[in-house]
Ligand binder design. Structure first.
Ligand SMILES: Cc1cc2nc3c(=O)[nH]c(=O)nc-3n(C[C@H](O)[C@H](O)[C@H](O)COP(=O)(O)OP(=O)(O)OC[C@H]3O[C@@H](n4cnc5c(N)ncnc54)[C@H](O)[C@@H]3O)c2cc1C
Length: 484
């Protein structure tokens, strides 16, 4: 049911807010999921849709399989292979392509959201305007929930360095991968124009990556594969002029990996001709120019920026939940319930993924952690739904959760490093007392693990067919170098 409510006269704002109520079918409670990433989409997949009235809010109509984005950015895989549609679950669940703007911040002066279990959202697509009327701005709408899962992830960190947002590419979403691929092909086609000087070509073909974490390294490795196979075949002269530069402020790349694997990766990348510039500090970015403290001005055709995570603005704006001082992630207890500012767990709100952190056990911001937390919350929600069904109006049913607190099972970290080689590190899991058969692997064996891990984790049958098909097609026929 959709109702339109005008704000009460004695409240300061006069914003027209539509309120969406979940229909009270068979006493089902309403569950709202914020975000369709590794956390939110997994809850959407697993939650009992017969016993919950589920609504998902996300600006993306899809889930991003982030580990394959670097491959999609250079054409090793097609973009479709890296996404799963949210609409697969409608009309059983309601979906709004929107941003949640406010979950509990009295600053918007609408009303005390946490107390009233209400969210304010704004459509992610602008409303259609007809004829000569000026483009309309989307009106906020509010949604009521009984239970809420916050899984809005994090943003890219730029450290406030001037010009990064305007002139660098990020790799966080399939839309970013598409822009990067277009830019790589644009640089190649421009460099191929007959009126170009070699100096201009070298500038265009200088590909820079800032950030030596797994995303930066994997992108540099995938780009190296593209340059040394398809580009070398079709533009041999340009391939010789192209350079890949990877910058990081730290002493080494891949800070979270085992030291021997880091050394192996650094040697492999250097041997492959990727220039590693460690202990280098970017001061500012201009159109086509990077300014580095240690070396001065560096021209580039493409700059990919991947230097960690910044808090999601929605999370920064929440005032009613406790957050970690250093990262601004929402703190939860070991059952993944968000903590109120006074430190008590909120029985109606869970926070998972990159937006959240367990107070007593901060885990890394990875898909693996987000996915395992989502599975745990799904179990709790399903148990809660069954329990509420059999104990209607029972106070205890409102606080039911899975008896055991959440425990992360470290399955190890993987990174692709180019030329059909990868690294695999599970040494930390061994440190946690888990029985590990293969702690560390590198080279071809690790690459087989990398491919089989991502093939098996791919969610839908459609992508389980598409992913290996594109790997095979592109191996036989080469990557698609067309721009459209
Ligand atoms: C290129 C790349 C490669 C990676 N590779 C790996 C890997 O190999 N292994 C690994 O473990 N991890 C990997 N990661 C990290 C992993 O993707 C993240 O840790 C994971 O996505 C976190 O899941 P999440 O659900 O918290 O957030 P996300 O997956 O980022 O999803 C957040 C969702 O919330 C939505 N959202 C944002 N703001 C709002 C709002 N205001 N209202 C409503 N919805 C909102 C977003 O649109 C998105 O749908 C990689 C990340 C990247 C970028």
């Amino acid at each position: 049911m959709l109702s339109v409510t005008r704000k009460h006269a004695n409240r300061p704002t006069q914003i027209l807010v539509r309120t969406l109520f979940s229909p009270p079918t068979r006493g089902r409670q309403s569950l709202v999921i914020l975000g369709s990433g590794w956390g939110g989409y997994e809850v959407l997949r697993g939650v009992d849709k017969k016993n919950w009235n589920v609504t998902i809010i996300s600006p993306n109509t899809y889930f991003n399989f982030t580990p394959l984005l670097a491959s999609a950015a250079v054409g090793t895989l097609e973009f479709r292979c890296t996404v799963e549609p949210v609409r697969r679950y409608t009309p059983k669940v309601s979906y709004y392509q929107a941003w949640c703007d406010n979950i509990g911040n009295a600053n918007l002066q609408i009303y005390h959201h946490f107390k009233h279990k209400t969210l304010t959202c704004v459509a992610a697509t602008p409303p259609v305007s007809f004829g000569s009327s000026p483009p309309a701005t989307p009106q906020p709408f509010s949604i009521k929930y009984d239970k809420l899962v916050i899984a809005v992830g994090a943003y890219r960190q730029t450290f406030g360095i001037p010009g990064v947002k305007e002139h660098a590419h990020f790799l966080k979403d399939v839309k970013d991968a598409r822009k990067i691929r277009t830019r790589i092909l644009e640089c190649l086609e421009q460099a191929n124009q007959p009126d170009m000087t070699d100096a201009e070509r070298r500038k265009l073909l200088n590909f820079c990556v800032v950030g030596g974490g797994p995303t930066g390294v994997e992108f540099a490795a995938e780009l190296h594969d593209l340059l040394h196979t398809d580009i070398a075949q079709h533009h041999p002269e340009l391939a010789k002029m192209a350079r890949i530069n990877l910058y990081d402020v730290a002493d080494s790349i891949l800070g979270t990996f085992d030291r021997s694997l880091v050394r192996y990766t650094e040697n492999t990348l250097r041997r492959d001709g990727i220039n590693l510039h460690l202990r280098h500090h970017v001061e500012k970015v201009e159109n086509g120019k990077l300014f580095i403290k240690e070396v001065g001005e560096v021209p580039f055709g493409l700059l990919v920026w991947s230097t960690g995570l910044a808090p999601n603005p929605l999370i920064s704006a929440i005032t009613e939940l406790k957050k970690r001082d250093t990262t601004s992630r929402v703190l939860t207890d070991a059952y993944l319930n968000a903590l109120n500012v006074d430190g008590t767990p909120n029985p109606d709100v869970w926070a998972i993924g990159d937006a959240a952190s367990i107070e007593s056990d901060p885990l890394p911001a990875t898909a693996q952690v987000a996915n395992q937390k989502a599975k745990y919350v799904t179990k709790t929600l399903n148990k809660l739904a069954n329990f509420s069904h059999s104990h209607e109006d029972d106070e205890q049913s409102k606080n039911a959760h899975v008896d055991e607190p959440f425990q992360f099972r470290n399955r190890g970290s993987l990174a692709y490093i180019g030329g059909w080689r990868a690294i695999y590190d599970r040494s930390k899991a061994a440190g946690d007392g888990e029985n590990t058969f293969m702690n560390k692997e590198s080279g071809r064996v690790a690459w087989l693990l990398w491919r089989s891990a991502y093939f098996t984790q791919t969610l839908s049958w459609r992508n389980k067919i598409l992913v290996p098909t594109y790997w095979f097609l592109n191996w036989i026929f080469g990557r698609d170098l067309t721009r459209f």
